[in-house]
Ligand binder design. Structure first.
Ligand code: HEM
Length: 431
């Protein structure tokens, strides 16, 4: 536990180096089986999702009471709810999400001031919050990220409580972070219910994710129907929690990787300048920025937003990769190790976006930043639009120089980063 708490990802690299591709270990909340091999990961999560069920404790997100897609056990209900989420990404709605991402990204880059020093983590929290809440709720909501921050802190503290002995008892106490989250979330609740009400208007042309939930279920276009508005609210919150944290996480590393790799930065600047020239960035440009997208593939390889996929619980005694797995074992697929395996990747420690533009760059099944189907991420088009638009808008104007050489550290904040990322904003013209 000491080793795990002190260096979360280092602990799993140590397990892999010393014990191999499948490792059983115990902590107070039970037996775990860490998986570092892509075929065994696919065997469990891809081929037997009904046997290895996602194990998100129901109390982890106190402000979300309904099961939601991310927590619904694999089976018909999960299939129907997945379908509802995936069908949100029609060409029309995806184009609308991209326009929102580009517009918010342009404001984000415009608001930075040359020569200033900012906390880059707070900046990307605000940008990704604006882009995601506008996509999910619709335009015209002037909410800062306060409610989301309180909700994320409460969720993360709950996971820590979950790993402690006596967690069931602890969880029944009125914990201060939950009380704070309940209070802080009120303005967001008001905005969500307002968005649901507006989407019910038969003349509504709203393209938000919430409007899709409401309209697809009301018009009978979907096999899934929500029982109440609070279920719709919970689904939107769950999608939001699942989307915001990884987006902040991925963007927060940009200054470090670009300032350490001036060749990559120069190629990225050249691509963005060539595509957008002197005019404002447009949504259609996102398709013409393959190098910017490759930068995120590479960032998510080295710094996956989920270094460990959500643990899956074996629902009965079984075997995995030829090893006996007792019922109740939690299976942890460790992407942070898989993404850096020397036997699968050339120069795995190097930040080299070019590898994504060369054939054979990604060995099959070893790259899992969006999880594993059928329980993989359902929001990739929106997530990638937010990331690529943010990066393109930044590099058009600025070079970002972090004050410290240290990589952002894991912790309790959104994006699992614990401290501010003090970053100098340098105008490209002055650089
Ligand atoms: C860069 C952004 C994103 C990253 C890196 C990311 C990553 C992930 C990962 C790793 C998982 C699988 C977790 C596991 O199996 O343990 C996942 C699941 C999920 N993601 Fe994302 N995500 C992103 C954005 C989004 C967005 C924008 C949405 C919604 C609009 C979304 C909705 C979901 C949902 C609903 C699931 C659960 C699927 C299920 O359990 O069947 N994600 N995501």
């Amino acid at each position: 536990m000491r080793r795990l708490a002190a260096d979360y990802t280092g602990f799993f690299h140590w397990l892999h180096e010393h014990w191999g591709d499948v490792v059983y270990f115990e902590v107070p909340n039970g037996g775990h089986c860490a998986v570092f091999d892509p075929d065994i990961a696919e065997e469990a999560l891809g081929r037997s999702p009904e046997l290895f069920q996602k194990d998100t404790p129901e109390f982890a997100f106190e402000v979300i009471q309904s099961p939601c897609l991310a927590r619904t056990p694999f089976g018909d209900e999960h299939r129907r709810l997945s379908d509802l989420m995936v069908t949100a990404f029609t060409p029309e709605r995806t184009a609308a999400f991209r326009r929102i991402a580009v517009s918010e990204a342009s404001s984000f880059a415009e608001e930075l001031a040359a020569g200033s020093t900012v906390d880059f983590r707070a900046e990307v929290e605000r940008y990704t919050w604006n882009a995601l809440t506008t996509s999910m709720l619709g335009a015209g909501r002037e909410l800062g990220p306060g409610p989301g921050l309180a909700m994320m802190r409460a969720a993360k503290l709950s996971f820590i409580v979950f790993a402690m002995p006596g967690y069931r008892l602890l969880r029944k106490l009125p914990l201060p972070h939950d009380l704070k989250a309940r209070r802080a979330i009120k303005p967001l609740d008001a905005a969500v219910y307002d968005s649901i009400r507006k989407a019910r208007d038969p003349d509504s042309r709203e393209t938000s994710l919430i409007a899709h939930f409401v309209q697809a279920t009301e018009r009978g276009e979907s096999d899934w129907s929500f029982g109440s508005d609070s279920e719709i609210r919970d689904e939107a919150y769950a999608a939001f929690v699942g989307a915001w944290d990884p987006a902040v996480h991925a963007m927060a590393y940009i200054p470090h990787y670009l300032s350490r790799n001036p060749g990559v930065r120069a190629r990225l600047e050249e691509e963005v300048d060539r595509v957008a020239g002197d005019r404002p960035l447009r949504a259609e440009d996102l398709d013409r920025l393959p190098y910017a997208e490759a930068c995120f593939n590479e960032l998510l390889r080295l710094q996956p937003a989920a270094p460990l996929l959500v643990p899956r619980r074996a629902v009965r005694d079984t075997s995995l990769g030829g090893y006996f797995i007792p019922r109740g074992t939690l299976v942890d697929v460790v992407t942070h190790v898989m993404h850096r395996r020397v036997d699968h990747w050339r120069d795995p420690g190097e930040f080299r976006p070019e590898r994504w533009l060369e054939g054979q760059a990604c060995p099959w099944g070893v790259y899992r930043p969006f999880g594993i189907e059928p329980r993989g991420c359902k929001g990739v088009p929106l997530g990638m639009a937010v990331l690529v638009a943010g990066l393109a808008a930044l590099v058009r104007k600025w070079r970002l120089e972090p004050e410290s050489d240290e990589l952002p550290a894991d912790g309790l904040e959104v994006g699992i980063l614990s401290s501010p990322i003090r970053t100098r904003v340098v105008s490209r013209e002055a650089a």
